[in-house]
Write a protein that binds this ligand. Structure first.
Ligand SMILES: Cc1ncc(COP(=O)(O)O)c(C=O)c1O
Length: 447
């Protein structure tokens, strides 16, 4: 361990764990056997036992440029020393405008306007509200239905949960938003296991949207939201031709297509965003996470020229969209975002995932044949190794492998019996080898 890490204060371990209610955590289990991350540098975390752990998850799909980027730290400090905060409600500071201008240069046309939020969940709810308000603005107010997809994850706002398709995330929260529906998911291990690149089978699943058009009437549907690659559902890649077909059905039926690119929207798939990589452009796109390299919370919703101009054409010269957050376009987040963009531009990080794709893919596929591995799904620097479930104990094998991998020095998440991966884009080939050899050893040990 480097001296600079050794000198950090690791003496942070709290003696009382009771007050903090941890998110998405079995609190009682964690507090029985806690582990604390106390510092991070580059590709690694360090825990309170001075254990060095390779970050196979880029935090939570977000630290895409690697940890502790001095350029971002400095930009944040400098921003704090000039303007700590100014809101953007009928007021302005230059940083939000400048950052938006820079962002739209990277994202595909015609997604040329940006609404800032503070998280992926806020980006999703913002995108759904924009979709509803757009339809109303163009005289299509009967379009109030929002369509999501099974196994989709769109954050934890009521809108996002309502269009989300992960049963556990919905079960405790009552009726959710009325008028939502879901198309079928595209995971098909039987037909597509171990596909190289996008899976060959399943484009026809997009026709499920046509089914909903016939069921409800196109004139009731405002928008459909999908993750181009589903992340939290277990890294589910779009079948070849699927996104194109979805785009077609939306266009034919006046339905807005929203891509939730909170995970895929900042270099994860070897391009600025999945829309660019797959050549299918939505009307609205959500982003967050990697936009500031996760240093300061921020999200951004991109909208097409058509969507934006529908609001700007309103006869009433007042507020065009009664929506926003105190911290929309926070100057410190913009500073972090600008510094993140500098790094991406200088180091070619938007496309690094494409150049490492073949290496990543072969390393991942080397696990084919390892006991209990039933599928490997990967694209650019995103991936999942799916293990068969133990009888009567779905998710236990995945959890055991994740735990063992941590002991062996790899931070990765299990989603059920899948180990999902999304390392910082700064990863080297030898670190890629390390990831998969640790997973192999962990799988062997977990049995
Ligand atoms: C596709 C997608 N949308 C939305 C979100 C929610 O983001 P946040 O946790 O920042 O609210 C996530 C988080 O993982 C996500 O993966």
């Amino acid at each position: 361990m480097s001296e600079s890490i050794k000198n950090l204060n690791h003496n942070l371990v709290p003696d009382n764990l009771d007050s903090y209610w941890m998110p998405f955590t079995p609190n009682r289990q964690f507090k029985e056997n806690p582990r604390f991350i106390v510092s991070a540098r580059g590709m690694h975390y360090f825990d309170s036992n001075d254990h060095k752990i390779l970050d196979g998850s880029a935090g939570l799909w977000c630290v895409n440029a690697g940890h502790y980027r001095e350029e971002i730290n400095t930009a944040v400090q400098e921003q704090l020393s000039s303007l700590d905060f100014a809101h953007s409600f009928n007021s302005g500071h230059p940083h939000a405008f400048n950052f938006a201008n820079r962002l739209v240069q990277h994202f595909p046309d015609p997604l040329n306007h940006v609404f800032f939020t503070n998280s992926g969940s806020e980006s999703v709810d913002t995108s759904l509200k924009i979709a509803l308000a757009y339809q109303k603005a163009i005289g299509q107010g009967s379009r109030q239905r929002l369509v999501g997809r099974e196994k989709g994850y769109h954050g934890m706002g009521f809108g996002g949960v309502s269009v989300g398709g992960l049963v556990k995330n919905r079960a405790a929260f009552g009726m959710l938003l009325p008028g939502t529906d879901h198309i079928r998911h595209t995971l098909d291990i039987e037909r597509n296991a171990f596909s190289k690149g996008l899976p060959p089978h399943g484009a026809e699943l997009a026709d499920d949207l046509q089914r909903l058009v016939e069921l409800h009437g196109a004139e009731t549907i405002a928008a459909v939201i999908v993750e181009p690659v589903a992340g939290a559902g277990g890294v589910i890649l779009p079948p070849q031709g699927y996104l194109e077909r979805l785009r077609e059905i939306c266009t034919e039926n006046g339905i807005l297509l929203i891509f939730d690119e909170v995970i895929t929207g900042f270099g994860r798939l070897g391009a600025t965003c999945a829309a660019e990589r797959f050549g299918v452009i939505p009307d609205i796109m959500t982003t967050a996470k990697g936009i500031t390299n996760a240093t300061i919370p921020m999200g951004a919703v991109f909208v097409s020229e058509t969507v934006y101009q529908a609001f700007m054409a309103a006869e009433d010269p007042g507020v065009e969209l009664s929506h926003g957050y105190t911290y929309s376009g926070h100057p410190v987040a913009c500073a972090a975002g600008n510094a993140t963009l500098d790094i991406f531009e200088k180091e070619g990080l938007f496309t690094r995932g494409a150049s490492l794709q073949d290496y990543w893919n072969s390393a991942a596929m080397s696990l084919r044949g390892t006991a209990n591995v039933i599928d490997v799904r990967c694209y650019a620097l995103m991936g999942a190794i799916e293990f068969s479930s133990r009888p009567g104990a779905v998710g236990q094998r995945g959890a055991d492998i994740g735990k063992k991998a941590y002991e062996l020095g790899l931070w990765c998440r299990n989603i059920g019996d899948s180990i999902v991966l999304s390392p910082p884009l700064t990863i080297t080939e030898s670190e890629i080898d390390d990831i998969f050899s640790i997973i192999q050893a962990a799988a062997k040990a977990a049995g």
